[in-house]
Design a protein around this ligand. Structure first.
Ligand code: DGL
Length: 271
């Protein structure tokens, strides 16, 4: 098996992780990617920790078995519930695992001026305390305000509508963040970059919005380089999709997230 030739596996509960894949495709154009969208089991964000752990481990195991040189958990809810277990799976299989949560926490802690950091995430991620721990571990005294947003990922997953109702929903989530005077907000769900303009308008231009994409792409690059497993220089690698739910709607909404074509590259995946 020639490991540099294997694709990088990426997964999320649906289309949200495409905001991470988007940065990876730009930063690592020579690599091949296989993205698994578990839209048949969406949403992850309101599942119990146990359910989420089982599901995320199953998906991770399937991608490792299929043959990937690295696994990227592009989902905060899955990382929060099963990051440790999946890292263990990776060690056993010799496949490095890169996750969200840690990289955004690091960026937020280093750029916040007033030390007031907000986290907007799914109920599962907030309940796990993963961001609190990650921010605490950095050793900088920070005031952290976490807001659970049960409705936001589903609105976005089903093809964002950007109507008055969505505006009202987002406004409600911003209220405690404004009151807490955060100067930095972690978008703690990979679906949320799609509503970044709304958030920025409501919170103000000066509030830093932190997303995972850049940091994850850089972490992949570093890890592959250290293992001498980067793809050989060439113009463009391939990217493919495995979808556990409806393929057509995934392709339609996903194309907007990725801002690259998905049509003809996605297939149904039963798991
Ligand atoms: N995109 C996922 C995350 O980052 C969760 C969305 C969901 O399935 O609820 O948490």
């Amino acid at each position: 098996m020639n490991r540099p030739l294997l694709p990088i596996g990426v997964f999320d509960s649906g289309v949200g992780g495409l905001t991470v894949l988007h940065e990876c495709l730009i930063s690592l154009p020579a690599e091949d990617f296989v993205y698994l969208g578990d839209s048949g089991h969406f949403p992850y964000g309101t599942k119990s920790a146990g359910e989420l752990r089982d599901r995320a481990q199953l998906i991770a195991g399937a991608l490792i078995e299929r043959g990937v040189k690295m696994l990227v958990i592009a989902c905060n809810s899955a990382t929060a519930a099963a990051g440790d277990e999946i890292r263990k799976l990776g060690v056993e299989a010799g496949v490095p695992v890169v996750t969200v949560v840690g990289p955004e926490a690091e960026i937020a802690a280093s750029i916040s001026g007033n030390g007031r950091v907000g986290v907007l995430a799914t109920p599962a991620t907030v309940a796990s305390g993963a961001y609190h721990r990650a921010l605490e571990d950095l050793g900088r005294p920070l005031t952290v305000t976490e807001v659970a947003a049960p409705d936001l990922a589903p609105i976005i997953q089903h093809g964002p509508t950007f109507d008055e109702e969505v505006l009202e929903t987002v406004r409600g989530y911003c209220e405690p963040l404004r009151k807490a005077e955060v100067d930095t907000l972690i978008l703690g769900c990979t679906h949320y970059p799609l509503v970044a303009p709304m958030l920025q308008r409501m919170l103000g231009r000066d509030v830093n919005l932190v997303t995972a994409g850049h940091a994850i792409a850089a972490a992949i690059q570093r890890e592959l380089a250290s293992r001498d497993e980067l793809a050989a220089e060439r113009s463009e690698g391939d990217y493919r999709f495995l979808v556990t739910g409806d393929v057509d709607s995934f392709v339609e909404v996903g194309t907007r997230f990725l801002q690259l074509p998905l049509a003809g590259r996605a297939e149904k995946f039963e798991i």
